[in-house]
Design a protein around this ligand. Structure first.
Ligand SMILES: Cc1cc2nc3c(=O)[nH]c(=O)nc-3n(C[C@H](O)[C@H](O)[C@H](O)COP(=O)(O)OP(=O)(O)OC[C@H]3O[C@@H](n4cnc5c(N)ncnc54)[C@H](O)[C@@H]3O)c2cc1C
Length: 409
């Protein structure tokens, strides 16, 4: 028997493991999945938790529910990966020898990377919303908050879902308006970027939206420390921003085991070929989702777009054939903007977001770089699509490759 090992049973690991077990000959191959956490988190739903729109049931489900019984699912932390020896050691003492492996160990926040962030203010008047617990604690805080200066700070990039901090601000604008206290809340966005987004056209459109909604932007803000005794954040160029409530997007990093195993870059992301999604160093290892160091957004939608091609490449490689599928970096992000509206952006490695319609020319029904109610329904529908289609191996009818159809250049 040969072993196909999948590390991580989040979005990418669950999806690829199901495809593998459905395709590989079970008389020849055994598929094993390892994860340290029994719970599956629908991370795009974290955005709505601080505002009481989603609770635990929306974002947390048992992982086992989505892993077919034909897969051996092992619940354990990984101690070390030895790719030169084709083996993985678990903390339980078990050693797994593999023939092929997919690394899908994701990314997580590391607030300890910023001086003072985990100080006295943490979960008092400093919160994150990149964990369920952080969002739920902030929701509790909002129940009695009388208003003040709310500062959203991105510590450094890349982060998961790079538009999520903007969405948080747009939703905060809506939430406090609805509560009748928007005039008591000052909203500030302190970002290390020079604009609202990395790509020019989207940056201009989203920057405009920030100013229309009276959200102040502090660009090029590279945070050096949080001083929770004075409720101030400082940057390396010695700027200071005071806050009453700090919403931090801490440093995002790949799994520690990637670093421990000598497989990653400085942020523990696995060095990966951006088109084939094969490890740059080990031919029998492929890397999917947030774990890879590729220059695509770290997003569930990206995983959906890369899944088919990566799977075909793996199958071709196993059969000794040339790998023909090239991931184009296709990303699709719904940006919730409050008041039942959202903006949609569609882009790739080579093409920045532009206006137009998606997925069909003229009829859409979604509009690109424009706020619409239909886009908002698209955003909300993603949760059902995620739990009921993507994780269950049912095809989502959206083309994987970036298309110029319907776009205005
Ligand atoms: C606030 C927020 C909003 C977002 N919004 C959107 C959105 O609107 N649209 C969108 O498409 N995407 C969004 N995303 C991003 C999306 O959720 C992620 O890109 C996606 O879930 C990543 O999937 P993954 O499989 O790469 O990693 P994960 O789903 O995080 O899975 C990684 C798995 O590896 C396991 N693991 C790690 N280390 C070990 C170890 N040592 N031993 C064993 N197991 C280990 C973990 O337990 C985990 O289960 C958002 C993310 C956040 C945080």
């Amino acid at each position: 028997m040969k072993t196909f090992l999948v590390l991580g049973a989040g979005t990418a690991g669950t999806m690829i493991a199901r495809k593998l077990v459905n395709t590989l000959d079970s008389r020849e191959w055994k598929v094993i999945v390892v994860d340290k956490d029994a719970k599956h988190y629908y991370q795009p739903g974290y955005l709505f938790v601080p505002f009481g729109m989603y609770g635990e049931k929306d974002v947390i489900q048992p992982k086992a529910k989505y892993i077919p019984t034909s897969i051996e699912f092992i619940l354990s932390d990984i101690e070390i990966i030895e790719p030169d020896n084709n083996l993985v050691k678990l903390v339980t003492g078990r050693v797994i020898n593999y023939d092929y492996m997919v690394v899908a160990t994701g990314a997580d926040i590391h607030p300890e990377e910023t001086e003072g962030l985990l100080g006295d203010g943490w979960r008092q008047n400093i919160f994150d919303f990149y964990t369920y617990e952080g969002g739920a604690a902030m929701n509790k805080f909002f129940q009695t908050w009388k208003g003040g200066k709310l500062v959203v700070n991105v510590v450094e990039n890349p982060i998961k879902c790079p538009v999520a901090p903007l969405e948080f601000l747009f939703l905060a604008d809506w939430y406090f308006t609805k509560k009748g206290m928007r005039d008591k809340v000052e909203l500030v966005y302190a970002t290390p970027l020079s604009g609202a987004f990395t790509k020019a056209k989207a940056s201009a459109a989203l920057g405009d939206m920030l100013s229309r909604k009276n959200i102040i932007m502090e660009p090029d803000f590279m945070i050096s420390e949080v001083d929770s005794s004075k409720n101030v954040i400082r940057s390396y160029d010695e700027r200071e921003i005071n806050y009453d409530l700090l919403v931090s997007i801490p440093t995002n990093m790949g799994a520690e085991v990637i670093g421990r195993s000598g497989m990653g870059d400085a942020l523990n992301y696995v060095l990966t070929d951006k088109q084939s999604l094969q490890s740059q160093k080990w031919q029998n290892i492929f890397v999917l989702g947030d774990a890879a160091n590729i220059p695509a957004s770290k997003a569930g939608a990206v995983i959906h777009f890369q899944m088919h091609g990566a799977f075909e490449n793996i199958m071709q490689h196993i059969k000794g054939k040339e790998m023909t599928h090239k991931f184009d970096g296709h990303s699709l992000c719904y940006i919730e903007t409050g008041f039942d509206k959202a903006v949609l952006i569609d882009f790739s490695y080579d093409q920045e977001p532009v206006p137009g319609t998606y997925p069909l020319p003229v009829v859409g029904p979604f509009s690109l770089l424009r706020e619409t109610t239909i886009n908002h329904w698209g955003k909300l529908a993603f949760k059902e699509m995620y739990w009921n289609l993507m994780l269950r191996g049912i095809e989502v009818p959206l083309p994987n490759e970036y298309s110029k159809a319907g776009k205005v250049f």
